[in-house]
Design a protein around this ligand. Sequence first.
Ligand code: ADP
Length: 441
Amino acid sequence: MKKKINARMVLVAVLGIVATMVLLTAVFYEVFKKQMVDDLRIYALLLRGGADREQLLQADGDILAGKVRITYLDAWGEVLYDNQADSTDMENHSQRPEVQAAMETGEGQAVRRSATLDKSTFYYAVKLEDGSILRVSVEAESLYSILGSAMPSLIWICAVLVLLSLLLAHYLTRSLMEPIEKLAEHLDDGTEITHYEELEPFIRTIQKQHQDIMENAKLRQEFTANVTHELKTPLTSISGYAELIETGMASGDDIVRFSRGIHQNAQRLLTLINDIIRLSELDDSQEELATERLNLYELAATCVEMLGVSAEKHQVSLQMEGSAGYVMGDRIMLEELLYNLCDNAIRYNNENGLVQVQVRQEGKKVVLMVRDTGIGIPKEHQDRIFERFYRVDKSRSKSTGGTGLGLAIVKHIIARHHAELKMESQPGEGTTIWVTFAAAE
Ligand code: ADP
């Protein structure tokens, strides 16, 4: 990129320099030409105005000898006198443009290039009172020969300018690229790079994206480490139980006990794997939601019914309240959300506790509330329980079949449905979670 910018700058500079040189030469030549014709005109007019033409011709002939050629023609274009050639040898001049113009209008001018192209002759003709024509002319170098003679100096100047532009382009490219190079070096530490105001939003976006990428990579790494650890524990148990049975050290009762252990741990593995797969599916934001118009109340009531047995086992009573509330959502995801919230409300409850599930429509919103009279969540953990594998009390979570992924799944589902989450919890008193959806038409 640096090389490209550099090369382009140099190219633009060289083109600019060459074009300026050529154009300037042409402009100067035009000025020079005009000056030449003006001078000739003054000579011609001076000569015409002279009292005694013969005398004047003589005098000017002396003064301008060799420089200005003076030709005197009669009214028909025949050469009467020429200070640089023999007039008798010269042909009739009536067809020359400057002579023709002078015959018609009184004055005429022309520039003619000589055969070798390196010289131009400037002519100026004026008509005298008696109809005769006085023509003055001067020879000068043509544009080509001026260019030719100026070429060595032009080439030198060009070379110096190109060299200067090379240096300048190099310096400019470097200073242009500096903030970008600096940005690449300081992507991590968020150093302020304030070279160009216009680059600021771009730099900030890149830095933000980079931080997000790093954060994501860190989270993924942590997640992988956690997954490995979580899977290892039940597998170690299974392996241990199986080994005991294998060695024949276990008696009949033990075999039943160990088999139960194997079964429970295998179940736990399955639950874990299911949750992990579910999370990675939800992570893939490309996956389309199968949205349909759903009555959230109906879904919640079904969930409450399904969890009846579990509630009984935990000696918790379950209550369903509210009325129909329609939302646009993915049925499977909403069922998962309800299941996870209600399951937690039961599992983290106390004996004889209560779980209230409520769905109600409030204007253009449908609010789901899951309230329990359980153990509650201390303030410092409240933000973190939605992280993967984060558990306030690991042993209680495990003993009730928790994976630490339920609320992470809930958070994802809420985000995918553009719903809002609110939580209030008091240790020892209980927890309430509200999820607010936009009501379907
Ligand atoms: P788990 O499978 O461990 O229940 P979750 O992601 O569902 O995982 O919840 C994370 C943690 O949040 C739980 O381990 C528990 O400590 C806490 N938690 C979740 N819901 C409740 C609740 N209703 N009452 C008290 N603590 C809860």
